[in-house]
Write a protein that binds this ligand. Structure first.
Ligand SMILES: Nc1ncnc2c1ncn2[C@@H]1O[C@H](COP(=O)(O)OP(=O)(O)OP(=O)(O)O)[C@@H](O)[C@H]1O
Ligand SMILES: [Mg+2]
Length: 331
């Protein structure tokens, strides 16, 4: 469905001249030789922190941006040579809500965009009705979009992207700016589209929960490079850990006083409320009863599973730090 080969993109930014400098030119390597392929029916998440290159990659795949070098094709059609044909094959959902007409109703929006895709008026009506039902907005068909919540607008944007029946849906931060409930609704809609209608999904995200919930496969992107590729559990396993145990004990402990069963390693001992907290890394299966016999006076034992953020740190050597930015895109 998608094939990319050595996609590279560098932006050139000219800094404003000041009293001290003549405005230096700065190069930003947004993508560095990105290669991967995605088969029809896959649900793939592009996970990376702010500035990793996600939007740049999605824009190249959707023909909005030209790479410096490399090749990309959607269903065998080259994005640089046949952009119009590629656009027929993909539905694109960008973060900006400006891609809808706020004064028009949901149905009017869909019919307007259906016209741009050259759908006949009968087909436009049928398709709008079907998609409003699919995204759960049937009862709001005649409500102006300005009265919609952010979540409803996102749902309508997804419907809009599906008007021309694309087999591939590309989404940039599909749930950014939504509350927990709104996010869950979008995630379940995306999963339904993939599992019930066979739509291939490629979504960019920096939301760990989204990355764990929707995609079956993750591409970890960092500083313009794909650093790992696998299911969320395969990616987490790359951290080399099976999780952590935190054991709170009264009194002070020194590292040489702690003898742990096989499969457990002591990472650190912290002082907590006059006692000690042992932070133990789980490297393989271990014997919990044996562990509890070693620490009979434990006041609290907590297990923390490995997260995608832990794996990201192992893979890239950097913490996954980002903010939930809602970019305004130019349409
Ligand atoms: N139009 C542009 N001009 C100059 N630099 C740009 C431009 N667009 C993106 N960049 C830079 O390219 C790099 C990759 O940006 P990109 O928007 O693709 O990342 P992203 O992973 O989508 O980040 P975010 O999570 O913040 O949306 C960043 O360093 C960014 O500052
Ligand atoms: Mg982005």
């Amino acid at each position: 469905m998608i094939e990319c080969e050595a996609l590279t993109k560098t932006y050139t930014v000219r800094e404003k001249p000041s009293f001290f400098s003549r405005g230096v030119e700065r190069k930003i390597a947004a993508l560095r030789e990105v290669s991967f392929s995605i088969s029809a029916g896959e649900m793939v998440g592009l996970l990376g922190p702010n500035g990793a290159g996600k939007t740049t990659l999605l824009k190249i795949l959707s023909t909005l941006l030209v790479p410096d070098s490399g090749r990309a094709a959607i269903e065998g059609v080259d994005v640089l040579r046949f952009p119009r044909m590629v656009r027929q094959k993909i539905g694109l959902v960008l973060p900006s809500e400006r891609s809808l007409y706020w004064k028009l109703t949901a149905q009017e929006n869909l019919q307007l965009f259906a016209g741009l895709y050259n759908l006949s008026s009968r087909k436009a009506c049928e398709r709008s009705e079907f998609l409003l039902k699919t995204v759960g907005l049937s009862e709001f068909a005649h409500v102006p979009v300005e009265k919609f919540s952010t979540g409803m607008r996102k749902q309508l944007m997804i419907a809009r992207a599906l008007l021309h029946e694309p087999r591939l849906l590309i989404l940039d931060e599909p749930s950014s700016g939504l509350d927990v409930q709104g996010k869950r609704e979008i995630w379940s809609l995306l999963k339904d589209l993939a599992t019930q209608q066979g739509v291939t999904l490629l979504l960019a995200t920096h939301d760990m929960e989204e990355a764990e919930t929707v995609p079956e496969r993750l591409l970890i992107i960092h500083q313009g490079k794909i650093r790992a590729d696998g299911s969320p559990s395969e990616i987490k396993a790359l951290s080399g850990n099976h999780g952590w145990l935190f054991i709170d004990l009264p009194g002070t402990y020194s590292e040489n006083r702690v003898k742990l069963p096989k499969g457990l390693f002591l990472d650190s001992i912290q002082s907590v409320d006059g006692g000690s907290r042992l932070c133990i890394r789980i490297s393989s299966s271990y014997d919990l009863p044996q562990l509890l016999r070693i620490f009979p006076d434990a006041t609290r034992v907590e297990r923390r599973e490995v997260s995608l953020a832990d794996a990201f740190l192992t893979i890239t050597g950097e913490r996954f730090e980002d903010t939930d930015t809602v970019e305004e895109e130019e349409i």
